[in-house]
Design a protein around this ligand. Sequence first.
Ligand code: ADP
Ligand code: MG
Length: 261
Amino acid sequence: MTKILAIANQKGGVGKTTTAVNLAAALAEQGQRVLLADLDPQGNATMGAGIEKRTALPTVYQILLNQVTLRDARMRSEPGHFDVIPANRELAGAEIDLVNLEQRDLRLKVALAQVADDYDFVLMDCPPTLNLLTVNAFAAAESVLIPMQCEYYALEGLTDLVATIKKVKQRLNPAIQIEGLLRVMFDPRSTLAQQVSDQLKRHFGDKVYDTVIPRNVRLAEAPSHGLPVLAYDHQCKGAKAYIELAKETLKRAGIAAREEK
Ligand code: ADP
Ligand code: MG
């Protein structure tokens, strides 16, 4: 069965896209068939996967408007070894274009159902808002992976996100769950980060991933080369952390990880 994960947090700059691209590449390295859907008009996941967003066409926008099938729109991330549904600025108009259409919340879910057999994992990189695109992702998702920085306001931001997930659960997708909370850009020397981390564990228990993503400059550099970090510097701390995250994700899904070579 395909596992469909939305990667979401309505705060910008918290590591959603970095997590989407690098978890996709790390799962692919574990032998998984992966589709990465870019749902942010900024198109950062598209670029980070090595696809030029300005010339990418069709995009997720045409899929949502039923102008093309997902099968015709997907592209290949050669350096990442996964498939991509690209996005670019055009998607910014989707909210308005979709609003009067039938089943506007379920368009992505319907599109993904056509290719479900082709993938073990579908990862959706959500925009930094709780808008119609995010609702489409939550309607299609089995679960939500929430990357977060362990800062003072982090828990407060989670309240809105959890409320949105609850609403979607009641209205559109009774099966949706929180997959896990991922601590990113983590600085173990920071007392505040430790305190917020402890608080997270108290509130969310084993929903908090054991894997922690450290702050690592290689993770920030890789997208400017159009590469997932695994292809950019496989030995760096950031790459190793995302490989760990892929293994933890497989373990939680009951799938055996690859033997180390
Ligand atoms: P979002 O998609 O939530 O807006 P991004 O993944 O684009 O967040 O990350 C925001 C910025 O932080 C980007 O410049 C990215 O390269 C950088 N970044 C993300 N994760 C890390 C990390 N673990 N270490 C260092 N820089 C990071
Ligand atoms: Mg992003």
